[in-house]
Design a protein around this ligand. Structure first.
Ligand code: GAP
Length: 546
């Protein structure tokens, strides 16, 4: 397959404490995430979750579901909010996507390279203009393009290749301003990010002077063209335009399609929410940065239906609520920021409202900058109006709790989070370098997020130890995700559990038959504590509740 998965080259850190290549390697080695279809060379933009990855993803998903649907937050008036869940079809009537604006408007600007035949998202291509003082008759120095997130050393290699091809003598320092010329290393990286210009801000006449990200000579980039991101499929035996359907590009529309069913049948009153977790598909032009931008991913979305006059209040409420939620699942708030969308980047549905705020995380490959983790959008009544128009079904809400009773189309505040992207944030946040350990690192998951909560380790496989360990394991496994691990020496077992982030290693040793106690080793401090066998379960339960 031509577009086989390239795991490393664009996935490396720019400057951050987390080495992205090592995180990707760990995810494979320890069964978190594998490239999809790997035995066939992969398929670009698709990933499989392995045994540990699916446990981690489900922990994050279940926590979201619990905090949204099972025990929704307490509202500003001190009363619990009302949110119900749905799980809707991935393929819906194609009229859905006409109404939602996705057929007309869900596209990215893309450019093709005529030399390499590669395609890029125009807004992801960055350009370095020459600042060189090389004087004529020196040959003209071109501008150099790279895909945002490309590691510095790869940009340097690209420039070297261009220099060789064009027979000129240039280096990265010819493309950054004079004020940076003396600096080195990660500061040079900051200089590049300061001086780069998005391709979208460059006049089309100047394209002839730009060398594309993977090309050798200037002038091979086409002008940007709109590229619809929805995957098409056919439904039924007949293969023509009448059977054309789409894989959903967002879970949100399944919620809007069921708004009327929920209002009519579920005894909900505005304001209320409908939540959904599920797969979404986008034929991204440049999937990259591991699972950050993939073509198949999962979203956790909630549509909050409220009176138009209250939309601003709820927008602020949900923005704060969602930001603190990410901190609750172990994403450090110092790596989170809120960013208001500029007018020109608002989605088609958010134009008329209070706007959109992104909750951004400092991913290893965006550091020192940030990348989107979740968007909170004010969608106004855009979707309900559109579905009312296209389906001719009335979507108005009748409110008889006020005098006189009133009819209105609710406005919608939408916290839309990426589950897949959330897993990446949790993984990056947990990765902790520690040279004092045999594993050189450990995964510092919040215990409630850790895929495996406790490991039961008999020190040796004799003298009655396995029997005691198994009895404990049979009891613990009914309460928490617990592993029984009797293979290899205890040091290697600790190292493996450090790598998968198990918060508690419980060792049954030669003292256990005598004192009916075990040693609990804490992942983060490596400290050990002797705990009575009959207190182990309560001990772990208490730590997980924190
Ligand atoms: N219903 C609104 C909506 O879909 P979005 O900002 O396009 O909004 C919401 O997507 C979230 O879904 C993003 O914040 C991001 O976390 C995640 N997401 C979007 N595209 C993605 C992709 N190609 N790969 C992984 N996650 C993605």
């Amino acid at each position: 397959m031509g577009n086989a998965q390239a795991i490393s080259h664009t996935n490396v850190e720019i400057s951050s404490k987390v080495p992205m290549d090592e995180l990707v390697a760990l995810c494979k080695r320890r069964g978190f995430i594998f490239p999809a279809s790997e035995i066939y060379g992969g398929i670009n933009g698709f990933w499989d979750f392995g045994p540990l990855g699916v446990l981690l993803k489900n922990n994050l998903r279940d926590r979201w579901w619990r905090d949204m649907v099972i025990t929704p937050p307490i509202g500003p008036d001190g009363e619990p909010l009302q949110i119900v869940g749905v799980d809707t079809a991935i393929i819906q009537n194609p009229k859905t996507w006409e109404a939602s604006g996705h057929i007309a408007g869900f596209s990215d600007p893309m450019v093709d390279c005529k030399e390499t035949k590669l395609r890029y998202r125009a807004d992801h291509v960055m350009v370095l203009l020459p600042h060189t003082s090389k004087m004529p008759p020196a040959p003209k120095v071109p501008s150099v393009a790279f895909v945002e997130g490309t590691p510095l050393q790869d940009i340097e290699k690209h420039i070297k290749k261009i220099a060789k091809k064009l027979g000129i003598s240039i280096s990265l320092k010819d493309f950054i301003g004079h004020q940076y010329r003396e600096i080195e290393g990660s500061e040079l990286n900051i200089a590049v990010h300061h001086d780069k210009l998005p391709l979208t801000q460059i006049n089309k006449d100047k394209y002839t002077e730009i060398v594309a990200p993977d090309a050798d000579v200037p002038g091979t980039l086409t002008e940007p063209r709109a590229f619809n991101l929805m995957f098409e499929t056919q439904v039924g035996a007949v293969r023509d335009d009448s059977s054309k359907a789409y894989l959903r590009p967002e879970t949100a529309q399944g919620i809007f399609l069921n708004y009327k069913n929920v209002v009519d049948n579920m005894r909900v009153r505005v304001p209320f929410g409908i939540a959904q977790v599920g797969k979404a598909f986008r034929n991204e032009v440049t999937p990259r940065n591991f699972i950050y931008r993939s073509r198949e991913f999962e979203q956790m979305e909630m549509e909050w239906f409220c009176h138009p006059d209250e939309a601003k209040k709820w927008f602020e409420f949900w923005t704060e609520m969602r930001k603190s939620w990410w901190a609750d699942v172990g994403v450090s708030s110092s790596n989170l920021q809120l960013r208001q969308h500029d007018k020109d980047e608002l989605s088609h549905y958010a134009k008329a409202g209070v706007g959109t705020v992104d909750i951004e995380y400092r991913f290893p490959f965006t550091a020192p900058g940030f990348g989107e983790l979740e968007g909170i959008a004010h969608r106004c009544d855009f979707d309900l109006t559109q579905h009312e128009k296209h389906s001719t079904k009335k979507m108005e809400y009748f409110d008889d709790s006020v005098q006189p009773p009133r009819r209105f189309l609710p406005h919608v505040i939408e916290p839309a989070a990426g589950l897949t992207r959330g897993v990446l944030a949790v993984l990056a946040e947990a990765y902790t370098v520690d040279a004092s350990r045999p594993s050189q690192m450990y995964m510092k998951f919040k215990p409630s997020m850790a895929p495996v909560k406790a490991a039961i380790l008999p020190l040796i496989n004799k003298d009655g130890l396995p029997e005691i360990a198994q009895k404990l394991y049979y009891c613990m496994r009914t309460k928490f995700m617990t592993e029984y691990d009797a293979k290899s020496n205890i040091g290697k077992r600790y190292a493996r559990h450090d790598e998968i982030g198990t918060p508690f290693c419980i060792t049954v040793d030669t003292e256990t038959p005598k004192d009916q106690a075990v040693t609990i080793r804490f992942r983060d401090t490596m400290a050990q504590e002797r705990v009575a066998l009959d207190r182990v379960e309560a001990f772990v339960a208490k730590a997980l509740a924190e």
